[in-house]
Design a protein around this ligand. Sequence first.
Ligand code: ADP
Ligand code: MG
Length: 285
Amino acid sequence: TRSTMEDAYEAGDCIGTGSFGIIRKVVRRVDGQVLARKELNYGRMDERDLKQLTEEVNILEKLGTNDHIVRYYERFVDKPSSMLYILMEYCAGGDLAGVITRCRKNGQSLPEDVVWTYLAQITLALHDCHSETDAQGRKKPVILHRDIKPENVFLDENHNLKLGDFGLSKAMEQAAMTQTYVGTPYYMSPELINGQPYDVKSDIWALGCLIYELCAGHPPFHEARTQPELAVLIREGKIPDLPRAYSARLGQVVKAMLRQNPKQRPNTAQLKGLDEVRVQIRAGE
Ligand code: ADP
Ligand code: MG
């Protein structure tokens, strides 16, 4: 199958690094379309994790056509080298981590209307994942992203956001936790810290952290040097105010997403219904 992939795509530069491999720019020979190719080594994963990984790629293929979800095209498996290749939409604008870094370097803050636009676009993506029916009204499984953070939200050439790096993280985590997981899980919700299962509202918590970080330049609970220290901060539930440049209204929405009790956090339908978000959604149509 490797030769069929190489027949179909011309490899270009490496554009990103992930925990299990790299992301490369490729050109589809048949029409010159530029795509991104995620190249994962599953050599260290056991059968079960590999099966789960495959299942999750299947979900991604089904997610398909949301304007704000990175579109997946196809995959190739090369058994001799234990490589999995995932072909997806190429996002030329980098990721939100880059946006945050640039703002910080320039001593600027992201304009409030841009923050609302980003909130609206991620809400649209998550709404698709979290809803129990598809566009035709058929029942579908709820998809939890589980790893919403600046590095996993990409921008296309028109500065539209695309939620990416889907669900893979879950299959990966179990296989990789001990060897590769070194970061501090700043966006971990109180229920996860308490050992409860992940649910849609844990994604909402992470979205609240992300919007906070877009405004403040750092996560809401960042003054912790160790994971136990971080857990204390998160469980304390004292959410710092947004910088003064931002409206009280935006601050309220962020605080609602960061409520300790998951049930009290807004769902995607409620976020979509906010006046400020509705304005942005209509502007994007
Ligand atoms: P991992 O699961 O290993 O974290 P990601 O999917 O998050 O991998 O990709 C790692 C980085 O590569 C991202 O943070 C982003 O900068 C870049 N990247 C990933 N996918 C794309 C894409 N479709 N278009 C452009 N850049 C991408
Ligand atoms: Mg990632």
